[in-house]
Design a protein around this ligand. Structure first.
Ligand code: NAD
Ligand code: TYD
Length: 353
């Protein structure tokens, strides 16, 4: 079996659903269930013995050691993190605690356990660390995309904390020989994404006739990848990635935020036209920019393509269509996540903008 951390979040839950469907191999899912963790994402596995959920913190070393001793996973896939840049600006402490200290705890416990294994088990074990393209900082309009050798230059507390965790993973490979793999992926979108992130926020605000907040001039560029393609890439890296290496994962799909929002609006106009007949894009509202807002991210994903034969299957159009359809079809999930804490966040982040 494998141990997944953060498997009740957006990408982790997509990964577990994909993993069990594709391989049938059992998963122990360790998740603290912060505001971003939601077991409803895994409701379809409720009576499936191949999914074992454990509520806990990656900083709890005793719990981690017990889980490893009891389940003897052949791999750890580490998703657990605080993941939202705007929250890292208003409250960086949790990002240091989970992304840096938590990754350190996980590495330490994994190292001690791995060092005690027999030769055969030691050889097959993998520690796969899931990271972001944001560690590379911001590109100018004509710069080449990030490669695996681009120097790290994180600009937000989120990306700085992820960069620190990437460095620790690297050091555990070089110093102790821990069989690590690191992936640095671009912006994901798809089912189960918490509506603090741009795409689900825009879908839900549009459907509720609320303003669609664009930070600054809307010309910041991100590379977007459908979450299912990210999950496939992680499986490929786990199966065939070279130890100690990092792999960039991206969609070859750079878009300005304005393009993204206009595409989502056009899709909604087609799939669920507004009652008053007005195009959803008429709700676009420019608001105060994010401090330190990175201008552009772009990924050169040739290495994973060359070495492992991975390429994204979805285009932006097909991926966004699936995503919008999912939010339209899953009103119950939406109603659950937008109650409570979510309202506080919306008031805090957008209230004074
Ligand atoms: P998310 O915020 O949706 O989910 C994070 C999950 O981690 C939640 O279920 C949460 O409960 C859990 N968690 C948080 N702190 C924990 C702790 N201390 N102990 C145990 N569990 C804890 O995040 P996501 O968007 O699914 O991202 C998953 C990973 O992928 C992160 O490491 C993120 O940096 C990385 N990543 C995300 C994107 C993206 O576009 N979302 C892109 C590239 C990389
Ligand atoms: P986000 O989904 O938060 O991802 P990240 O900051 O990790 O790239 O934001 C994507 C882009 O959209 C980013 O340039 C910030 C911008 N944005 C807005 O313009 N308005 C919003 O309300 C949000 C949440 C993001």
């Amino acid at each position: 079996m494998i141990l997944v951390t953060g498997g009740a979040g957006f990408i982790g839950s997509n990964f577990i659903l994909d993993w069990i469907a594709a391989s049938g191999e059992a998963v122990v899912n360790l998740d603290k269930l912060t505001y971003a963790g939601n077991l409803e994402n895994l409701a379809s596995l409720k009576n499936d013995t191949r999914h074992l959920f454990v509520r806990g913190d990656i900083n709890d070393r005793g719990l981690l050691a017990n889980l490893l001793a009891e389940h003897k996973p052949r791999a750890i896939i580490h998703f657990a993190a605080e993941s939202h840049v705007d929250r890292s600006i208003s409250g960086p402490g949790e990002f240091i605690q989970t992304n840096i200290n938590g990754t350190f705890s996980l590495l330490e416990v994994a190292r001690v356990w791995w060092q005690g294994l027999g030769a055969a088990e030691k050889k097959v074990f993998r520690f796969l660390h899931v990271s972001t393209d944001e560690v590379y900082g911001s590109l100018g309009p004509n710069d080449p995309p990030f490669t695996e050798t681009t120097a790290y230059a994180p600009n937000s507390p989120y990306s700085a904390s992820k960069a620190a965790s990437d460095h620790l993973v690297r050091a555990y490979h070089h110093t102790y020989g821990l069989p690590t793999l690191t992936t640095n992926c671009s912006n994901n979108y798809g089912a189960f994404q918490f509506p603090e992130k741009l795409i689900p926020l825009v879908i839900l605000n549009a459907l509720n006739g609320k303003p669609l907040p664009i930070y600054g001039n809307g010309l910041n560029v991100r590379d977007w990848l459908y979450v299912g393609d990210h999950c496939t890439a992680i499986r490929e890296v786990l199966a065939g990635g070279r130890l100690g290496e990092t792999y960039n994962i991206g969609g070859w799909n750079e878009k300005t935020n304005l393009d993204v929002v206009n595409t989502v609006c056009a899709m909604l106009d087609e799939m669920k036209p507004a009652a008053d007949g007005r195009p959803y894009a008429s709700l676009i509202t420019y608001v105060k920019d994010r401090p330190g807002h990175d201008a552009r991210y772009a990924i050169d994903a040739h290495k994973i393509e060359r070495e492992l034969g991975w390429k994204p299957q979805e285009t932006f159009d097909t991926g966004i269509r699936k995503t919008v359809a999912w939010y339209l079809d899953n009103q119950g999930w939406v109603d659950d996540v937008v109650s409570g804490e979510y309202q506080n966040w919306v008031a805090k982040n957008y209230g004074g903008r």
